[in-house]
Design a protein around this ligand. Structure first.
Ligand SMILES: Cc1cc2nc3c(=O)[nH]c(=O)nc-3n(C[C@H](O)[C@H](O)[C@H](O)COP(=O)(O)OP(=O)(O)OC[C@H]3O[C@@H](n4cnc5c(N)ncnc54)[C@H](O)[C@@H]3O)c2cc1C
Length: 381
């Protein structure tokens, strides 16, 4: 096993870090307060092809391997103080672009990947429904064959990027009696009759990433909208979740690095009782724990990313990595707030925003409970 970054990886990571620090951070407090998705920054990221990191160059992407993708996302999470924007990019890239790249027909790849990789088009993944989240395959959305078409009816909710998306990667039951094996995946473009993005939600964190509902009312789709064939939904979804559970948390690793540096800086400079607070063991040990979590999350992420296109089955690695790194980010965000004291609790403080943002991480892409269930199943329990 060798997951040392290559010279190309290192160069690209340094470039992305410079770009993120210089271009993506201004005005974060204001747009977080206003829950505004920064389309102009999305477009700048598109110029860097961040929305197409693993997409082969012939389809307009960067052509990185999974480890390279994770490393670049780590740099983005480290340099970019707007975790909502980073999340939007990851949701687009890992839950939408990956399935099209992996399962799309040549025609679908040529139609979608260049526009998605450049950020010209934004994608949304629609799996969760008002009545089914963790139990995702209990979905009610139906796709019924009618002549050469499928007719979609149903509603998706909590769909990240939904309100701003140009294309939706949507899961629907084509054979509900088969449950998991009866799910198919469809590509639905904005403007398709019978499809609309509806209610936009206000969230606790990740506020610069917009989220909403996707509604389908007698939405007729041609065969060419099917992704991966009839009944392939579970395969398409599981693969995209493996990518998301591994590469999205790479951005958490970068975020944890930034939080650690902030905590160390504060502990060195803030004086109490005649010395820096970092000289109090209660504070220094809290920060030591943050460092341990960071290194453990980083190693899990690199190992899982290295194995992503090598292992016969990656689901266990993906669940362990996602569970650990998302919980680690939440714990470290809370520890940073504690180290910063009252300053850390103030709305304008990065650590306060980080804490709000980190809560989402233990819910999306399968909650921590669901990751534990998957791990337990692997152990035969
Ligand atoms: C910020 C954010 C972004 C999201 N983006 C998207 C997106 O782009 N596309 C999309 O489709 N969805 C998205 N989601 C939805 C997300 O995937 C679901 O919220 C998540 O899977 C949980 O489903 P639920 O909300 O229905 O909760 P439920 O499934 O109702 O779970 C409620 C609670 O019960 C627990 N629970 C349920 N079943 C079990 C079980 N078998 N064992 C143990 N505990 C269990 C859960 O862990 C949780 O604590 C997003 C959510 C968030 C917060």
């Amino acid at each position: 096993m060798d997951f040392a970054p290559s010279a190309e990886h290192k160069e690209l990571c340094a470039e992305v870090l410079r770009f993120a620090r210089a271009e993506l951070n201004d005005g974060i407090e204001e747009r977080d307060r206003a829950s505004r998705f920064p389309r102009e920054l999305w477009d700048k990221c598109g110029d860097m092809r961040l929305q197409g990191l693993m997409v082969p160059e012939e389809y307009g992407g960067v052509g990185l391997d999974p480890l390279g993708t994770a490393l670049v996302l780590e740099s983005l999470g480290y340099g970019c103080r707007d975790a909502g924007l980073v999340f939007s990019i990851c949701a687009h890239l890992l839950a939408c672009v990956v399935p099209i790249w992996k399962h799309g027909s040549e025609e679908q790849k040529r139609r979608y990947l260049p526009k998605l990789s450049s950020g010209e088009w934004i994608a949304v993944n629609g799996m969760t429904e008002p009545g089914s989240g963790s139990d995702a395959f209990a979905m009610r959305t139906r796709a019924v064959p009618r002549g050469d078409d499928f007719v979609l009816n149903g509603a998706k909710t909590f769909s990240s990027n939904g309100p701003v998306a140009d294309v939706a990667v949507v899961y629907a039951a084509t054979a509900p009696e088969k449950r998991v094996g009866g799910i198919s995946c469809f590509l639905v473009e904005k403007g398709t009759p019978g499809f609309r993005a509806a209610q936009q939600f206000e969230k606790l964190g990740l506020r610069t990433s917009s989220i909403g509902e996707l509604l389908f009312e007698d939405c007729a789709l041609p065969q060419s909208a099917l992704l991966g064939g009839v009944g392939a939904g579970e395969t398409v979804f599981s693969e995209s979740m493996a990518w998301e559970r591994i590469c999205l948390v790479a951005a958490h690793v970068g975020h944890m690095q930034r939080l650690l540096e902030q905590a160390v800086e504060h502990a060195r400079t803030r004086q109490a009782f005649g010395k820096p607070i970092g000289k109090q063991q209660a504070v220094s040990h809290r920060i030591a724990d943050m460092k341990v979590r960071l290194e453990a999350a980083r190693l899990l992420t690199y190992k899982a990313a290295w194995r992503l296109d090598r292992a016969r089955d990656i689901a266990l690695d993906a669940s362990i990595t996602k569970l650990y790194a998302s919980e680690a980010l939440l714990d470290s965000a809370l520890d940073t707030v504690r180290v910063l004291g009252g300053t850390g609790f103030m709305e304008e403080c990065d650590a306060a925003r980080a804490l709000r943002d980190a809560v989402g991480g233990v819910i999306y892409s399968g909650t921590s409970d669901i990751q534990r269930d998957i791990i337990a199943r692997w152990l035969g329990l």
